[in-house]
Design a protein around this ligand. Structure first.
Ligand code: HEC
Ligand code: HEC
Ligand code: HEC
Ligand code: HEC
Ligand code: HEC
Ligand code: HEC
Length: 448
């Protein structure tokens, strides 16, 4: 009996280890998901129960929930057309206002900002100039009402970027539109995964240490017994010689080869990726959505990218084109106010460029869209479904050339090609007349 139990000791330990590991994992999962559970409790006006999620907003937890709710309504009624908590709209982002200014400054400011500016208050004058000498209106609000607005603002601070919103859609701070919901959700999930992994690693280390201790205790107990046979004794007295491992040439060779391969792989990947921007998706200054405009509202691409069928490059629309509609549509949206602000300041909207070939290559849109009749989506992907545009194609030389080799030229109804096609067909009629048959793979076509 004893010897059987003893021989299966390693198996026993393994089983124990696996059970504990599984238990540790489920433990870690509950730890990881705890904040997610309590997130459900966040009411829009941040009630006292919402401890976990509002921990980032200092004033919210201890603040008076009723005052915050009142502040929410007052803010939406009076301030939201010019301010957001975490975003500059017409006026500055109000997040952190209590750290910048004392209440004894904020209250007179909201009641009559021009009086504060006129008094020569250094901060006020600087701010006023910074915002293009725009006057904030005076408000007939009581001290208490202003305090409650500030309390609400403080409760919303940092929410647009925290992992705690969007997931449940409770916090619709006016500035939220500038972020893609996906960004936040992904970032949130990422940090949860990290916490989970760390917890897991710690649990595993604790388990290993515990098991080693248990194994040693068991060995000690068994050593005291006399009814053990030879193999059992062998197992108990086994000593593992670690120096053998790193002295062994085989192990050294394997480690060496793996290391060299890893370095090679990384360098090749790195070299292949130089200058490659596929998938590049920068955050744009205004949360402009192609999905909303080109997709749901079916606005033609060329309504905005007016030169795409006529010239080498597709232009990015100026703010005036936006104003054709947005002088009427969604005028209260903080994102749309950014357009107004750009126009007021006579500064273009600073869109971040996504597609960018190196200067050594020549690419002409009209040649492809107008003459070649290629759809935008062939090269740019499902733009009409993109909330935020990303680079869909690799834009490498191989990508251009492959398409030129495979794509038959659209020669129908184009007299320019008639003779060329005839010539091609008499010479090798079996092969289709592709872009490359017409010289589309000659270096000088694409390189100056
Ligand atoms: C018509 C637009 C407009 C409205 C409405 C408005 N503000 Fe302002 N606010 C501004 C501008 C612009 C500034 C920047 C200073 C300036 O140019 O006068 C500003 C500045 C401020 C500042 C100082 C910010 C800082 O960073 O120091 C506070 C605080 C403020 N506003 C609070 C409020 C509150 C509270 C309300 C609602 C009761 C409100 N504002 C409504 C336009 C507005
Ligand atoms: C209402 C105006 C509007 C319409 C309609 C529109 N776009 Fe755009 N497009 C923009 C603006 C503004 C930008 C710059 C901001 C951005 O990248 O989202 C842009 C950017 C792009 C870019 C990335 C440019 C770069 O930086 O490399 C591509 C590609 C593009 N649009 C293709 C299309 C296609 C294809 C369609 C039709 C399916 C279309 N657009 C319809 C306004 C528009
Ligand atoms: C042909 C009309 C038209 C043009 C041009 C246009 N938009 Fe729009 N835009 C709309 C419509 C319609 C909506 C959706 C409004 C709604 O959801 O009720 C919209 C919504 C938006 C929104 C979302 C607003 C929000 O808070 O929900 C943004 C941001 C926006 N547009 C930016 C732009 C920018 C930037 C341009 C110029 C490059 C532009 N739009 C050009 C018609 C247009
Ligand atoms: C044959 C592939 C191809 C097609 C078809 C195509 N594009 Fe492009 N597009 C490109 C490339 C390549 C660039 C980068 C050009 C550069 O950096 O010079 C680009 C860049 C752009 C840009 C950024 C501005 C610029 O010119 O650099 C916009 C906007 C754009 N395309 C819109 C469109 C629209 C709208 C259509 C459809 C009417 C379209 N494209 C069709 C390949 C294509
Ligand atoms: C989706 C397929 C496709 C891709 C991708 C593509 N092209 Fe083209 N390209 C065409 C077609 C089709 C034509 C022929 C248009 C015509 O003249 O009828 C063409 C024509 C050209 C021409 C003129 C060739 C001539 O014989 O005059 C040049 C230059 C060119 N492309 C450059 C590029 C570059 C640079 C890229 C990559 C950045 C590129 N193309 C990517 C399909 C493509
Ligand atoms: C259909 C268009 C096209 C043709 C034809 C073409 N190229 Fe290119 N080539 C490109 C584009 C686009 C790039 C830039 C690719 C990138 O940025 O990854 C490029 C990049 C290059 C580069 C790399 C430059 C660098 O800095 O990485 C070299 C070298 C080059 N081409 C040489 C040639 C030669 C030689 C030929 C003729 C055999 C040729 N190309 C034909 C489009 C073309």
């Amino acid at each position: 009996m004893n010897s059987i139990r003893l021989r299966s000791l390693p198996h026993l330990l393994l089983a124990l280890f696996l059970t504990l590991a599984a238990y540790g994992q489920s433990l870690a999962q509950t730890v990881g998901s705890a904040p997610a559970v309590s997130k459900e409790g966040v009411a829009p006006d941040a009630t006292a129960g919402a401890t976990a999620a509002t921990a980032t907003a200092p004033a919210a937890g201890g603040g008076d929930a009723a005052a915050i709710a009142a502040g929410d309504a007052l803010f939406k009624g009076n301030c939201a057309q010019c301010h957001a908590v975490n975003d500059v709209v017409v006026g500055p982002a109000l997040a952190g206002i209590t750290k910048r200014r004392p209440m004894s400054w904020i209250i007179p400011w909201v009641k009559n900002s021009s009086k504060v500016v006129a008094s020569g208050d250094e901060y006020a004058v600087k701010l006023f100039n910074q915002y293009g000498k725009q006057q904030m209106p005076s408000f007939q609000l009581s001290d208490q009402e202003i305090t409650s607005i500030v309390a609400w603002v403080t409760s919303q601070e940092g929410k647009a970027t925290g992992p705690n919103d969007n997931a449940n859609g409770t916090n619709i701070a006016p500035g939220d539109g500038s972020k893609t919901p996906g960004d936040d959700a992904a970032a949130g999930a990422g940090s949860y995964m990290n916490v989970l992994l760390i917890v897991l690693v710690v649990v595993l280390i604790v388990l290993v240490v515990t098991l080693v201790i248990i194994a040693n205790i068991m060995k000690d107990v068994l050593r005291g017994r006399k009814d053990l046979d030879g193999r059992d004794v062998e197992i108990i007295e086994q000593r593992f010689d670690y120096s053998k491992i790193y002295k062994s040439t085989a192990v050294r060779a394997i480690v060496g080869v793996v290391f060299v391969l890893a370095v090679l792989y990384e360098s090749v990947q790195g070299a292949m990726g130089v200058g490659l921007q596929q998938g590049y998706q920068p955050t744009q200054p205004i949360a402009f959505s192609h999905k909303l405009h080109a997709g749901e509202n079916q606005i033609n691409c060329a309504y905005c990218h007016t030169s795409v069928y006529k010239s080498k490059s597709a232009n990015i629309p100026s703010a005036n084109i936006c104003m054709n509609c947005h002088s009427q549509v969604k005028t209260e949206s903080p994102e749309i106010k950014k357009i107004y602000r750009a126009i007021e300041r006579k500064q273009p909207i600073q869109w971040v460029r996504i597609h960018n070939l190196p200067d050594l290559a020549y690419f002409n849109h009209s040649q492809h869209t107008q003459v070649g009749g290629i759809e935008c989506q062939t090269c740019h992907g499902p733009i009409q479904n993109m909330e935020v545009v990303y680079q869909y194609s690799p834009l490498t030389m191989g990508w251009c050339i492959n398409c030129h080799r495979e794509t038959p030229l659209n020669t129908k109804g184009n007299a320019y090609y008639d003779n060329l096609v005839k010539l091609h067909d008499t010479k090798n009629g079996a092969v289709p007349f592709t872009v490359s048959s017409n010289g589309g793979t000659e270096c000088s076509k694409c390189h100056y």
